[in-house]
Design a protein around this ligand. Structure first.
Ligand SMILES: CCC(=O)SCCNC(=O)CCNC(=O)[C@H](O)C(C)(C)COP(=O)(O)OP(=O)(O)OC[C@H]1O[C@@H](n2cnc3c(N)ncnc32)[C@H](O)[C@@H]1OP(=O)(O)O
Length: 337
């Protein structure tokens, strides 16, 4: 549309596209390899998704509860599980400070993922692990993770955190969907799509700072901000676990930032190719953190996205970078649901 805004039906389509591509449950829940969500208040990320089964020394198996509509495993789940596997072979006084991963094959939601850990090096300060995530005998992800002893230093700086509304003053994704559902002129298929989204139990809670921009209802800079936290309680004390949860969260909505300046195109195929992450400070992944995502570059059917996770007290908790493949097609004129 000429004013840079999209029509109401496109707006609902984009909302469904964006939420589903990252969050949706499997269509046939009987195919899900995980147990039902627990009724207690503990985060399902901790009780289940990141709770790997040990098969042998340095060999683990991870299962999944839900997969995106693309029917490939959510990258954040594979990274989070790989980091859990790596962390199991390092001592308690070492903390994850970075990881570097390539997604080399699409993850198959029908079978579990095996994680094979190689103890690459144990140094005095730094310890490196290489993890291969395997399905059908072939790697789907290769990951290097590095851990460090806590070491104080006089060198300390960070950029300031963006000034944004507090999470308590912003609607949740579920409230945004409810607002759409209350619109009188919504088509039946839009209602069904939105109700399906509401019924999906997502392990992450999200509050977009600007919902219209977040869901690509208005075109704009390749930058978006949202508050995010693990759903449910994790508790203080296990920093390695909080890093694994943050690794899971960090893949959420990051690559979509590349598409923000292009309202006339919709994604035909998107997949993250690699993901790097650096952990800077202690944080709790079950408390609200601001996720600031931007994309400095796109070209050659690829896009680069960068993210910064901020503690709400302004401390930079983690940074990440991801390149993805994005193949797009034009949005049809006057598209309707
Ligand atoms: C939130 C973001 C996420 O979490 S995404 C999940 C994590 N990431 C992933 O699962 C990515 C895993 N990696 C991969 O799947 C592969 O490495 C990818 C990225 C696909 C590599 O692509 P490529 O080397 O092209 O693999 P491939 O030959 O098997 O093709 C895959 C599909 O893409 C198509 N393709 C290929 N080249 C082109 C092209 N130039 N133009 C149009 N289409 C192309 C292929 O035909 C193939 O399609 P199809 O699967 O047969 O339908």
């Amino acid at each position: 549309m000429a004013d840079g805004k999209v029509s109401e039906s496109d707006a609902v389509n984009r909302l469904i596209d964006i939420i589903e591509s990252h969050n949706s449950a499997e269509d046939d829940s009987s195919e899900s390899s995980g147990a039902p969500y627990p009724q207690d208040l503990r985060s399902v990320l901790v009780t289940s998704v990141l709770n790997l089964e040990q098969l042998d020394i340095d060999l683990y198996r991870g299962t999944h509860h839900w997969v995106p509509r693309t029917q490939r495993l959510f990258g954040g789940q594979i990274i989070g599980q790989a980091l859990v596997a790596a962390a199991k072979s390092v001592s308690d006084d070492l903390y994850a400070h970075s990881l570097h991963c390539y997604f080399v094959r699409a993850g198959d939601p029908k079978v579990p993922v095996l994680y094979q850990v190689d103890r690459t090096r144990d140094g005095r300060s730094f310890t490196v692990r290489s993890v291969k995530a395997i399905q059908h005998g072939q790697p789907i992800l290769i990951c290097q993770a590095s851990f460090q002893l806590l070491q104080p230093s006089p060198l300390q700086h960070q950029f300031p955190m963006p000034v944004v509304p507090q999470p308590e003053d912003l609607p949740t994704v579920e409230e945004i969907i409810q607002r759409y559902l209350s619109k009188p002129d919504l088509t039946e298929s839009a209602k069904q799509g939105l109700n399906k989204l509401l019924a999906t139990e997502v392990p992450i809670e999200v509050k977009p700072v600007s919902p219209a921009q977040f869901y690509r209802h208005v075109s704009g800079q390749p930058r978006r901000l949202f508050w995010a936290r693990a759903r449910g309680h994790i508790g203080e004390g296990n920093m390695k676990l909080h890093c694994c949860v943050a690794a899971y969260v960090s893949d959420f909505a990051l690559l979509g930032t590349v598409l923000l300046p292009y309202p006339k195109y919709k994604a035909r195929f998107t997949a993250s190719l690699d993901h790097a992450m650096w952990f800077h400070s202690t944080f709790r992944s079950d408390e609200w953190m601001l996720y600031e995502c931007d994309s400095p570059w796109a070209g050659s059917s690829r896009g680069l996205a960068q993210g910064r996770l901020w503690r709400r007290d302004g401390v930079l908790a983690a940074s990440c970078s991801q390149e993805g493949v994005l193949r797009v097609k034009p949005v049809p004129e006057n598209s309707k649901l």
